[in-house]
Design a binder for this molecule. Sequence first.
Ligand code: AMP
Length: 212
Amino acid sequence: MKIILYGPPGSGKGTQADLISKIFNIKKISSGDLLRIEIKNKSDIGIKIQKIINMGILIPDEIILGLIKKNIKNINDYLLDGFPRTLKQAIFLSKSKINVNYIINIIISDEIILNRIKYRLIHENSGRSYNTLYNPPKITNKDDITGENLIKRNDDNEKTIKLRLNDYKKYTYPILNWYKNNSDIKLININGNENIKTIFENIKKNIAQNER
Ligand code: AMP
């Protein structure tokens, strides 16, 4: 199974990506997580992109494409989270014969996103995300699995999120249209204003219907 998970920043994509990859036993490849690991490791790429991420703007395609290429090698079933984000990235996937069966598109209001982002915490190494109001960790500020500290992302603030939402709107719709016109990928629209469990049930139901 090869899935692209779409949705604006703060739509609960990361949480759903973890649930989907677990139940269908497929590898989650999150471009945002890969970038944050580079920053944490202070690699050449990490040093170059830190400021760009904190400003809430997109990283140059060449950097992302290199990271994805490296991480998707020899993997048959995957869920792409946060990638492709531009038309150039989508065309790269297609030209590289990195196939996709489904696009899951989470649709959610800006108002709910702003509210969710305020309370979001993440576990840096795995990308697991929590929300202190709606999806709190079992122990305050600690990751459920490793017990390590949770952090607030530098780019999770109102000013940056507005820029990220603008970028999302500018680049995403052309990508969805491109897929509609250039492939037989199945597009599944999901209402992201629901709670985590309901969104996940709807995603599973839709995939099951299509797999029949
Ligand atoms: P995310 O964790 O998906 O919200 O991504 C966090 C930030 O990483 C974004 O605001 C961008 O600056 C950068 N980023 C992640 N994925 C991509 C991508 N596919 N193309 C360009 N920039 C990206």
